[in-house]
Design a protein around this ligand. Structure first.
Ligand SMILES: C[S@@+](CC[C@H](N)C(=O)[O-])C[C@H]1O[C@@H](n2cnc3c(N)ncnc32)[C@H](O)[C@@H]1O
Length: 310
């Protein structure tokens, strides 16, 4: 069964509201959205609708502004894609450059995070990553886990964990007070005001006295110059019977992506080379493109992996 945009408004009203807001200011995007939703089954649509309901709580009366910021974010990404396909590399290579161009620019970050929030619903690879996180992680989680998410950004993945997993506590580390305040405010709006927050650069991660049952890094490791160097300290943060979930994009140029992974093996190596065993993996290409074709054409692929320390 393929889903059309017309089906959305009757069966998935929150998703439809977001799609309608985006296409009202950007009609040409309807074709992209149609393809993106045609690639989802009913279970993934249920996760999409959950994400859309949460996103609507966060956007409140400003949905159209978020839609504008989504369009702006897609414009930034298109520029990066042109560079990537011309030069075969990401434009920036150092954290200092990304900090100066992106992280330290509050106006830029606001638009970018708003855009990424909407992308969780509109991009099939992002919705599929959240769906994978929910369905593939929970069977491995013992009850009453301590949860740590590094770089939660808009907070939607942390929201899914708080809503669906049996957690004893939830902690978020963000790069700056501004980013952590945004996540805190988002989770409070979504009904979760009992999380711990810390400004903590993952590059300086050290094991605390009590390890975590689940450590999540979603779309964070590609922002580092040398992500493997942080996976060893992260391994020390994970309980012996705990797990790590990572989501990293392959061939995915973005204003603040530094570490290029070109194949699924490049993504797997982040875990295998640093003392983890991969238990579950899923690769989700933009627009539902078949994996082989996406890799051949260097189309962006989200790589999701659940692993345990060995
Ligand atoms: C693209 S956002 C990802 C947001 C969300 N986790 C998601 O999956 O959509 C990247 C996040 O990584 C964070 N980040 C980047 N470098 C970091 C670092 N060195 N330490 C901690 N967080 C970092 C940024 O602040 C931002 O919140």
């Amino acid at each position: 069964m393929t889903l059309t945009l017309d089906d959305l408004s009757t069966r998935w009203p929150a998703t439809a509201r977001i799609v309608n807001a985006v296409t009202s200011i950007w009609p040409e995007h309807a074709r992209y959205a149609g393809k993106s939703f045609a690639a989802r089954d009913a279970a993934m649509m249920q996760t999409t609708e959950t994400l859309a309901e949460a996103a609507l709580v966060l956007t409140g009366e400003h949905l159209l502004r978020y839609a504008e910021h989504y369009r702006w974010t897609c414009d930034q990404l298109r520029e990066e894609e042109l560079f990537f396909h011309r030069e075969g590399r990401y434009r920036l290579s150092t954290f200092a450059e990304a900090d100066a161009e992106v992280y330290s620019d509050a106006g830029y970050m606001e638009k970018y995070m708003d855009g990424l929030l909407i992308s969780q619903i509109l991009w099939v690879n992002h919705a599929a990553s959240c769906h994978f996180f929910l369905t593939e992680t929970s069977p491995f989680l013992a009850p009453d886990q301590r949860y740590l998410e590094i770089g939660p950004g808009h907070g939607l993945m942390m929201y899914l964990a708080l809503r669906d997993f049996d957690l004893a506590s939830a902690t978020a580390w963000g790069l700056s007070a501004v980013s952590i305040d945004q996540t805190r405010a988002a989770l409070a709006k979504l009904g979760y005001d009992n999380c711990d927050f810390a400004v903590q650069n993952v590059m300086d991660a050290r094991a605390g006295s009590k390890p975590y049952g689940l450590v999540v890094l979603s779309e964070v490791l590609e922002h580092l110059e040398d992500p493997k160097s942080v996976m060893a300290p992260i391994r020390d943060l994970v309980a012996r019977d705990g797990h790590v979930f990572i989501n990293v994009p392959i061939n995915s140029p973005s204003p603040d992506h530094l570490y290029l992974m070109e194949t699924p093996d490049d993504a797997r190596a982040l875990l295998i080379d640093t003392g983890f065993e991969i238990l579950r993996e899923g690769f989700f290409a933009t627009q539902g493109t078949a994996l082989e074709r996406a890799l051949r054409n260097r189309v962006s692929v989200s790589a999701c992996m659940l692993a345990r320390p060995v």
